[in-house]
Design a protein around this ligand. Structure first.
Ligand SMILES: [Zn+2]
Length: 255
């Protein structure tokens, strides 16, 4: 998909155009975005081994802030408190109408690549119908943080630890429907190293993505929904929920 975009830029001759990439649904290839400007989330009650729960709550809020402070979009994000179902991934990942931020401190509960610092699972509609007005509408997003990595929450990030805001500001970008960008200085660049905290601050590329996509509601034309009537997983109403997984990869392999 990145390759396709680069080709388009060359054709347009737009040398300094933005590089950001909007995620797409698996089947219909529809661009993903929220059809609301009010997003709520919870934090898994188990918390993190690396910081107390209040610090974690503050860090998550600070990770939404760089996006929300952009004046081009009136987005509101509300923290609705901790979850109350323990650490079971089955109970919180996927479309359950609760967006959750959860640390996976137990290795057995980390079901993703071991080099991923964090992974965001985005649920979206492959076609319109049911709860969705359009294909690509995001209806749930869950952020999992890999507890195998040592995280830090202070303003100054120790060289051997991963800055939680650096990680979560990136994951919030996935929650909002953005894929990885080829721009290395951007928050939505695909990898991060220990000690890094530049992703706490949005780059021009990230701001362009957010402002261009969320300044209007569903600017994109709806895609043909003929290809989404897949049997089997469609809930009543014939709409199909797809899942997109995107993570932040560690630059250095953990021991
Ligand atoms: Zn990522």
């Amino acid at each position: 998909m990145i390759r396709v975009w680069l080709a388009a830029v060359v054709l347009l001759g737009a040398v300094d155009a933005s590089a950001y990439v909007q995620s797409r649904t698996k089947k219909a290839e529809a661009l993903t975005e929220w059809n609301t400007r009010l997003i709520t989330y919870r934090i898994n009650e188990v918390g993190s081994d690396d910081m107390d729960f209040d610090t974690l709550v503050a860090q998550v809020a600070l990770s939404f802030a760089p996006w929300l402070e952009q004046s081009c979009v009136e987005m509101e994000v509300v923290y609705e408190g901790p979850t109350a179902h323990g650490a079971d991934p089955e109970k919180e990942i996927g479309y359950d109408k609760v967006n959750v931020v959860v640390f996976r401190e137990q290795e057995a509960l980390w079901l993703h690549d071991e080099n991923a610092v964090a992974v965001t699972t985005v649920s979206f509609c492959e076609g319109k119908g049911g709860v969705c007005d359009r294909a690509g509408e995001i209806i749930d997003a869950d952020i999992e943080v890999n507890g195998a990595f040592p995280f830090a929450a202070g303003d100054i990030t120790p060289r051997a630890r991963f800055d939680l805001r650096n990680t979560l500001t990136h994951e919030v970008g996935h929650l909002l429907g953005f894929d990885h960008t080829p721009e290395e200085d951007a928050t939505m660049y695909a990898s991060a190293g220990p000690g890094e905290n530049n992703k706490r601050t949005l780059a021009r590329d990230d701001i362009l993505a957010y402002c261009e996509i969320y300044a209007t509601i569903f600017a994109e034309e709806p895609v043909d929904e003929g290809c989404v009537a897949a049997p089997g997983r469609a809930p009543s109403g014939g709409w199909l929920v797809g899942l997109g997984l995107l993570g932040l990869a560690a630059l250095r392999r953990r021991r």
